[in-house]
Design a protein around this ligand. Structure first.
Ligand SMILES: CC(C)(COP(=O)(O)OP(=O)(O)OC[C@H]1O[C@@H](n2cnc3c(N)ncnc32)[C@H](O)[C@@H]1OP(=O)(O)O)[C@@H](O)C(=O)NCCC(=O)NCCS
Length: 165
């Protein structure tokens, strides 16, 4: 399996994986599939304009089947923090260690920036596989936001997790 950083010419790979993630796992992400599917090509390309942001994908010869993304926070007071988002492994590929490898590569990339001291993320408290994955990698729950997502009539709590490098 190969894990690599997407470049701006590959924005359609990002769009495809992200839209599948939002459609397949709506409770796992704050963004909404229906709204995101309407976004212009320019919106998806813009993600690559921030030099402090990157998206890793995993593939095995063919099309990428997993992604994880991060960016370094802006500004003097927060540039020691990286934020992880968009972690997704296609259903058929889960439970094989891909999410873990992808997250380890992401954390390596974050550490290579040189000035990051902690990594933050938000995760739906009901996404037990994801919470467990992050805990295995050294993240701890810093607090819980209640009723943070509302999908139809159903509310979901969200954990804020952090890991010190
Ligand atoms: C969360 C997700 C990325 C995990 O990817 P994965 O490739 O299946 O994970 P891995 O096989 O690398 O497993 C890594 C660890 O996660 C945990 N884990 C994975 N699947 C699990 C499951 N079904 N039940 C409990 N823990 C699980 C385990 O701790 C595992 O470590 P271990 O094998 O040493 O016990 C994947 O399930 C997914 O894409 N889910 C939907 C989207 C999502 O929730 N994203 C997170 C947004 S914050």
């Amino acid at each position: 399996m190969e894990i690599y950083k997407l470049n701006s010419s590959e924005w359609e790979i990002y769009r495809t994986l992200r839209l599948e993630a939002l459609r397949e796992s709506p409770q796992a992400f704050g963004d909404c599939f229906v709204e995101s599917a309407l976004l212009s090509d320019e919106h998806w390309k813009e993600e690559f304009e921030n030099p402090k942001s990157f998206i890793l994908v995993a593939r095995d010869g063919g099309e990428p089947f997993a992604m994880a993304a991060a960016y370094q926070e802006d500004g003097e007071k927060m540039k020691h923090i990286a934020y992880v988002w968009g972690v997704y492994v296609k259903k058929a590929y889960r439970g094989k260690g891909i999410g873990k490898q992808l997250m380890e590569s992401l954390l390596d990339e974050i550490a290579a920036i040189g000035e990051i001291e902690k990594v933050d993320l938000n995760v739906n408290a009901s996404q037990l596989s994801a919470v467990r994955l992050y805990e295995r990698l050294g993240f701890a729950v810093a607090g819980t936001l209640h009723k943070e997502l509302k999908i139809g009539d159903q509310y979901f709590d969200e954990h804020v997790m952090e890991k010190f490098l």
